[in-house]
Design a protein around this ligand. Structure first.
Ligand code: KIV
Length: 281
């Protein structure tokens, strides 16, 4: 791990102690990553939500390493300050530790990601340990883990299931993870995990007691004309704003309003005269 990444990871861990909330958002391309980085977002995640959000696929399981690295490289070009995390896609780390380390290295070497994220599964501890000891920081992910979930519902509502999630988070900390994402769990449970762990918790649909929060950027920006899950707060309706702008562009082209003089290049009248140009008024 290089010195810069080491200090960014330490900075994220320190925020828990300082009770300074960690802010994390997703990006899959250069323009949005630039906006997030300029807004001093602490962590930018190239999430496997790339599949649904940017590629129009039905499930996060449908995206692979090549697509993830391709998008992580675009995001990297814009990110100057945030900690950049590459989300390990389905089957890039579940088969065996050797392949998992090789794929984590692709994020680090090809896209200069600072860290990778992986979702809980029964053998994830050995995998997380191996990636950490190869020098790449790992963020864990428990609760609703979309790559292996049977259904997309709130996890850990019953005490027995809640205890399992607490144990998973503790095991990930022991395996060397620097932070853990808590997805779609009751806030009572995320409060316990946050209090019991030394590493930061970052919640999505996990209430206010986490050390930080993450959302899919396109959800908070209102990119899509669809109903969001309960935990998403939509701060702006970019879908509406973009549709209105595009309709106005269409109308102005049809009515010959665009492009006007302000958006056109002009010849000198003497050169136009040589060419014999006659312009309609
Ligand atoms: O892929 C993703 O966007 C994620 C976040 C929901 C944490 O994993």
């Amino acid at each position: 791990m290089n010195k810069m990444t080491e200090s960014k990871i330490q900075g994220i861990k320190d925020k828990k102690v300082l009770k300074d909330k960690i802010v994390m958002l997703t990006a899959y391309d250069y323009p949005l990553a630039e906006i997030l980085d300029k807004a001093s977002i602490d962590i930018i995640l190239v999430g496997d939500s790339l599949a649904n959000v940017a590629l129009g696929l039905g499930s996060t399981k449908e995206v692979g390493m090549d697509e993830m690295v391709h998008h992580a490289k675009a995001v990297r070009r814009a990110v100057k300050n945030a900690l950049l995390v590459g989300d390990m896609p389905y089957m890039s780390y579940q088969l065996n530790s050797k392949e998992a380390v090789n794929n984590a290295k692709r994020f680090a070497d090809e896209a200069s990601c600072d860290a990778v994220k992986l979702e809980w599964f029964d053998k994830c501890l050995a995998v997380a340990e191996k990636i950490v000891s190869s020098g790449i920081p790992v963020m864990g992910h428990v609760g609703l883990t979309p790559q292996t979930a049977d259904s997309f519902k709130v996890q850990g509502k019953k005490a027995k299931a809640a205890k399992e999630i607490i144990e998973q988070a503790k095991h990930l900390q022991k395996a060397g993870c620097f932070a853990v994402v808590l997805e779609c769990i009751p806030y009572e449970l995320s409060k316990i995990i946050t209090e019991e762990l030394l590493i930061p918790t970052i919640g999505i649909g996990a209430g206010k007691y986490c050390d930080g929060q993450v959302l899919v950027s396109q959800d908070l920006l209102g990119f899509f004309d669809r109903t969001n899950p309960k935990f998403v707060k939509q701060y702006v309706n970019l879908n509406l704003l973009a549709s209105e702008a595009i309709k106005q562009f269409k109308r102005e082209v049809k009515e010959n309003i665009f492009p006007d003089e302000d958006h056109s290049y002009k010849m000198s009248s003497s050169e136009a005269k040589i060419l014999g140009v006659k312009l309609a008024k």
